[in-house]
Design a protein around this ligand. Sequence first.
Ligand SMILES: [Fe+2]
Length: 298
Amino acid sequence: MQSSLITGLRSVELGVVDIAASEAFYTGAWRLSVAARDGASVYLRGTGAPHHLLSLHPRSSTELLAVTLNATSRGAVDTLAQRIADKGGRLEAPPAAITTPGGGYGFAFRDAEGRRFCIVSDDLRHTDASVVRDKPERLAHVVLNSKDADAAMNFFTEVLGFTLSDTTRMMHFIRCNSDHHNIAFAFSKETTLNHIAFMLPDWESVMTGGGRLRDAGYPIEWGVGRHGPGHNVFAYFIGPENLVIEYTAEVQQVDASYVAGKPEDWKWLPGRLDQWGISDAPSPRLKEAQTQIRFAAE
Ligand SMILES: [Fe+2]
């Protein structure tokens, strides 16, 4: 079933120890812009319409505060809240007006592994949306390490209306719009953040971004390459506070005719981890960083 209630991934809300350092990085080499401030918190946008892609909040340790999804309408928010509550998701409160920057109407819930998601409709959209070479437009996807990725995939497809796009031996890729994936649940022993991917306009911007980040002291930790599932061009970096971030482009657009692949459908030549075969394997420090950041405790 293609989701008719959730339209996409809007933003990730992140607790950081050093807000000034993260803001400098994300508005500098990473090329986001400040959309709003609220006390010590900073909301960062891309060139697209979403109010923000990443918000930074002061915390004593680096932690994921929420992954925020957009819904089609207030009615969709209400329907999803009811469905989630009925199927074991834990709502913090009934849907209501949101008073933090971006606004809108929505609610937050915890899934079975304690991950916090927000679902929002009628939030602010920028009227100057554009596509600019070398600048992130929007989020592409988040990958979440999961103790029970099968259960997470089932919850998101059956309750939230996502569609399974592919399963590899590493993860389930799911979508709520024409992007091949907006979320992936990786098979893991821990419930942690694997990485956040930002959509660039084209592969040239991924290549140029790789050089710009290297100049800034953040070398490519995996890539540049082209993924199997999603067919997207990628480059992975370790940002401030060990957050794993990806520049990506050319994500495959799919519709209801797309047939979900299984692990045996996604095999690479020996020694290769991408379709081109020009990238080395992920660096050991990337693999380590991809397991470290947790959701804030309830
Ligand atoms: Fe990715």
